[in-house]
Design a protein around this ligand. Structure first.
Ligand SMILES: NC(=O)c1ccc[n+]([C@@H]2O[C@H](COP(=O)([O-])OP(=O)(O)OC[C@H]3O[C@@H](n4cnc5c(N)ncnc54)[C@H](O)[C@@H]3O)[C@@H](O)[C@H]2O)c1
Length: 326
């Protein structure tokens, strides 16, 4: 059987959530690596043991190794030309969140990929969690009233993280996972209002808000408030991140990628995550490529655009002080 050829653009930290799985899948061969810091591409090639490092451009790589799919793991402000290079050559792509920092770029990519019938996947791996599957099954039998969620921590080390211009801010770059999961669990949002504050984090070159609260109204009637913060210090006792889902006859406590608890009048059940969701998202994408079937992917580009839209609307609300209708 001929192997599926994969190339990787952007060989930093996140690429290693995918490369080890691609290396392990027997029907896959990693054939190319490109990074503006070639030593990072060399490092990943040495880890996998197959393929070639390209030094000039992503276009050079795509034209030479002709992959079936491109994995794009670049910083948030680097999207656009890379995806367009893949689209122009009819190359399928897996792209890390956030998809872009503006809707114009994301929508052009979405439409280009659709026109070429490309199979896409966005790195919303939480949709592939076993405990999220269980949560969806549980909620099918219970009515959600409201939700409170949080993603609060410190400042990640990536060089591009501390400014809106390069990361999009913490909601767009990081807590987009909870916003996407909320769409996955509660349906489409109708409007959002977001308040945010500064003054807790003092560091040079940092222009983000330190903490925010987004209030989302969903078409279903569900309301959710989602907190996002990056102010905690190293000696913080530990914040419990996740979603607390309040139903008319039950409570669900989803703790980020770790466990979920379902409580009703008669029972309390706690489930730990067992499956590897990073492997699962890569497995799903490779299976979709093999079958030529986009429906095997739970996080296609066109759908992920709506999560980007929701998080960008939070930023818009922070800066205008107004409710944003979606
Ligand atoms: N799904 C998740 O849970 C998750 C987790 C972490 C990061 N991410 C996302 O993954 C993306 C990458 O994050 P990271 O942590 O790997 O960052 P990183 O800084 O560790 O790696 C990014 C790499 O891209 C390279 N690069 C920059 N511009 C490039 C360009 N134009 N062409 C080719 N290479 C380029 C950099 O040299 C660097 O090696 C970000 O969008 C981030 O939000 C997703």
């Amino acid at each position: 059987m001929e192997k599926l050829k994969i190339a990787v653009c952007g060989c930093g930290g996140r690429s290693m959530a995918h490369i080890p799985h691609l290396k392990d899948f027997e029907e896959v061969e990693v054939v190319g690596y490109f990074d503006i810091r070639p030593e990072r591409a060399e490092e990943k090639r040495a880890f996998v043991g197959t393929g070639k490092v390209y030094r000039e451009s992503v276009e050079e790589m795509l034209d030479d190794c002709r992959p079936d799919a491109l994995y794009i793991c670049v910083p948030p402000d680097q999207h656009g030309a890379i995806e367009m290079a893949a689209i122009a050559r009819g190359v399928n792509f897996f792209v890390e969140k956030p998809l872009a920092l503006d809707m114009k770029t994301a929508e052009a990519i979405r439409d280009g990929a659709a026109e070429k019938g490309l199979i896409t996947c966005v790195g919303f791996q939480d949709r592939y969690l076993d405990i999220v599957r269980m949560t969806r099954e549980f909620l099918a039998d219970h009515t959600v009233a409201f939700v409170d969620g949080s993603w609060v921590g410190g400042i990640p080390g990536a060089y591009w993280w501390p400014t809106y211009a390069t990361s999009g801010g913490q909601i767009v770059e990081q807590n987009i996972h909870h916003f996407d999961l909320s769409r996955y669990l509660f349906g489409e949002p109708k409007s959002v209002y977001c308040a945010a504050r500064k003054g807790l984090v003092t560091r040079e070159g940092y222009d983000l808000h330190d903490v925010s609260c987004a209030v989302i109204t969903f078409e279903s009637g569900v309301i959710a408030d989602i907190y996002t913060g990056c102010y905690v210090t190293r000696d913080h006792p530990g914040y419990k991140n996740g979603l607390r889902i309040h139903c008319t006859d039950a409570e669900v406590d989803y703790q980020l990628r770790n466990n979920v608890t379902f409580r009703t009048a008669n029972s309390t059940q706690n489930f730990l995550r067992v499956e590897n969701h990073e492997e699962a998202i890569n497995r799903a994408y490779i299976d979709a490529l093999k079958a030529g079937d986009q429906s095997l992917v739970r996080s296609p580009y066109a759908d992920a655009c709506k999560s980007l839209r929701l998080t960008l609307a939070c930023n818009e609300s922070i800066f205008t002080g107004k409710v944003v209708e979606l």
